[in-house]
Write a protein that binds this ligand. Sequence first.
Ligand code: SAH
Length: 391
Amino acid sequence: MLPKIILKKGKEKPVLRGHPWVFSGAVARAEGDLSPGEIGEVYSGDGNFLGMGQFNPHSQIILRMLTRKKEVLNSSFFKDRILRAYALREKKLQGKANAYRVVNGEGDFLPGLIVDRYKDILVLQCLTAGMERLKGLFIDLLVNQFHPKSIYERSDVSSRREEGLSEVKGPVYGEEIDDPVKIEEYGCWFRVDVKAGQKTGFYLDQRENRFSLREVSHGKKILDCFCYSGGFSIHAGIGRAKEITLIDSSEEALVKAKDHFAINHLENIPTHLTKGDAFEVMRNLEPDYDIVVLDPPPFARKKGHLPGASRGYKDLNLQAFRLLKKEGLLFTFSCSHHMDWDLFQKIIFAAAVDAGKRVQLLVRRGHPIDHPVDLSHPEGEYLRGMVLRVL
Ligand code: SAH
């Protein structure tokens, strides 16, 4: 007998609409062994079967839904989900980029599971007790389906604490990884340190947005704020930018960026690598740029952080508008889950007003195809970007 939870009356609506999370406050009672990661069933207060998922009694999210059907959640079930996710990437990205997200958690109907591909290396992240428990099964599936050279685990994320899990990382399959893996993204080369780089080594979610910068970079003077290993700048360089200034607070990031200019044969482009706080550095620059990129880390990790985060985004965007020449472009991003489109656009508007600039919104830019969002789970959307023109 599988363990069960029975919801309070009237609390079944989100589940019926496909939301993958059941909160502990919605549960009337439980039956059986609800140990962390256990697979079980969920019923409405009226006794109707609603679906199946993975329990974690230590988390506020007591159940993560995997299916609305009564079925056996075995290896072939998970294999289907992974192959369905992979098919989407393969179709769109084959021959263009060999680094992308293969499985995007809730967005691919596998809550808590992240798999990133960097050429022939896979990086695995298990964010929930349910996925932690099935780690071995996923490693076998990934080996059999994709034949990677190695699989490396990067479950060193603080959100695991909310699941009662500690942070872990290390090799879980295959050859030892000694060097950074050299990946290709639309004709740019990057060397990714999957063992110690930020996130799983690279900001895969910005691939298409970096490429869109390249298309307008020819002959331009560019400022790349929060550059990390130079993703946007390298695309701009391949697009024949005239001059590029990069800012990041991390020395290591700038060392990587410098290396990326070299391996892409872009040493002939005048570049200025600046280590420092982007807020400070930008304040001291002269207004003379054709394009500014702002890709800061998430300022609002919690809802309560929104007011402070909003001030941060406004300050940065105000500086960006100040630094842009007439007809200049701003590529501005937020990766704060709690910053919705509406608020972000209002902040950008307020920054433009304070900078005394007339600004056009040209296009909104968000997640790429390998970071899909389940419409039933809007919380999965976090990347919001805009391309704006200053008149
Ligand atoms: N644009 C990058 C990703 C940026 S991630 C890409 O496409 O790959 C955010 C970066 O901001 C990180 O590299 C981090 O080191 C840097 N950072 C965080 N706080 C900062 C600050 N106050 N000033 C400058 N850089 C900062």
